[in-house]
Design a binder for this molecule. Structure first.
Ligand code: PLP
Length: 392
């Protein structure tokens, strides 16, 4: 059998068998519309509400504060546009960071065209937002702070609690794109002062195309999708019942042994990083050394194009990514790597390997072995690298 090693768990994850099993009946025999009053419908309604409970419980929220969406991007769009348009009378200023997912950045650009003002906070060399700059940026016009929980490219986890405190103190709503964090890191929206939070099931072994937005009771936010009265008049459209059921099961499983899972992932991650550093020169680790997602490894290999590295890995049956899934295919270096201060030529050579529940020690060994071969082969074609070696 041909070898296949999947190390792109931040792009998406496979649906767990137990999750799929829970979903299947809702495609066939339990197909009722949750809005219908006969029992086939109410059966679906009950399943949707049970899933909502599970999601609320996982983040310390009330189930009345959880609203289903068609994924993380919709949740991000809703949070930003919904708060912006509902609070326009109060102010027109939004604060975010330079390293957000495009679901946030492109929505901010859209809002700028609609007359809103957006401040994009700088980050330090590890990708952590500047809290002083955050404090100084808040004005009477500021209606929303949107800072991601953990970065999808370099894995850095933000000081969410501190940001929440600043937002609360200043009376500004705090939204966090927690798509990379939910199901992986323990979250309590009250302890962290989070008002609005985006999540997406396919990043934690649930199905694609289903997500949720947590909205704290009392937050003023317009709907994004208008139509029928589903989701208590806040998100129209017949519910994606199988997806919702799968998301509930996936979040439950994700937090079942989260500490053990993370310990295992961290040890795999450190093993991978150690072995790379012991065997390959001119390499750097991007993101914070410890304060990062358990499964995230992001490396820059100087003198190498990220794309050629990915193609060579693919030929060995290894799936990784350069930058983020959404930007690969373009030749622009990642906005995240540029924001942490990397020069263009180095940012081009980045490789993201994200480990998940199904990766093993043997896979880590194999990937490093192949990386050593590929990096040395690609560098042999680089005149610049050859020159640096001679100069030594
Ligand atoms: C994947 C991702 C999204 C988008 O979620 P989808 O469900 O794929 O739309 C948004 N933000 C972050 C940080 C992500 O990693």
């Amino acid at each position: 059998m041909e070898k296949f090693i999947y190390m792109d768990n931040s792009a998406t994850t496979p649906v767990k068998k137990e999750v799929l099993e829970e979903m299947l009946p809702y495609f066939t025999e339990k197909y009722g519309n949750p809005s219908s009053i006969y029992s086939l419908g109410s059966q679906s309604k009950v399943a949707v509400e049970a899933s909502r409970e599970k999601i609320a419980k996982a983040i310390g929220a009330n189930s009345r504060e959880v609203f289903f969406t068609a994924g993380g991007s919709e949740a991000d769009n809703w949070a930003l546009k919904g708060v912006a348009f509902a609070n326009r009378k109060k102010g027109n200023h939004i604060i975010t960071s330079k390293i957000e997912h495009h679901g946030i950045l492109h929505t901010c650009q859209y809002l700028e065209k609609q007359g809103f003002r957006v401040t994009y906070l700088d980050v330090d060399e590890y990708g952590i937002v500047d809290l002083n700059q955050l404090r100084e940026s808040i004005t009477d016009d500021t209606i929303l702070i949107s800072i991601m929980f953990a970065n999808n490219e370099i894995g850095t986890i933000q000081p969410i609690k501190e940001i929440g405190e600043i937002a609360k103190e200043k009376g500004v709503y705090f939204h966090t794109d927690a798509v990379q964090a939910v199901g992986h890191i323990k979250i309590d929206v009250n302890e962290l002062n989070i008002d609005i939070l985006s999540m997406s099931a396919h990043k934690f072994y649930g199905p694609k195309g289903i997500g949720a937005l947590y909205i704290r009771q009392g937050v003023k936010i317009d709907p994004l999708i208008t139509g029928g009265g589903q989701e208590r008049n806040r998100r129209a459209g017949t519910e994606n019942v199988p997806g919702i059921v799968g998301m509930g099961k996936a979040i439950e499983l994700a937090y079942e042994n989260v500490d053990e899972h993370n310990e295992r992932l961290i040890s795999l991650r450190e093993k991978l990083i150690d072995k790379v550093f012991k065997n390959i020169d001119h390499v750097r680790l991007n993101g914070h050394p410890t304060n990062r997602l358990p499964g995230n490894v992001n490396l820059c290999f100087e003198f190498i194009e990220g794309e050629s590295l990915l193609l060579s890995l693919d030929m060995e049956g290894i799936a990784g990514s350069s930058g983020s899934a959404c930007t690969s295919g373009t030749l622009d270096p990642s906005h995240v790597l540029l924001a942490i201060g990397l020069p263009h030529e180095i940012a081009h050579g980045s490789l993201r390997l994200t480990l998940g529940d199904f990766n093993t020690e043997e896979e880590v060994d194999y990937v490093v072995e192949k990386l050593i071969e590929i990096v040395s082969r690609l560098r042999a074609m680089s005149p610049l690298y050859e020159k640096i070696k001679e100069d030594k």
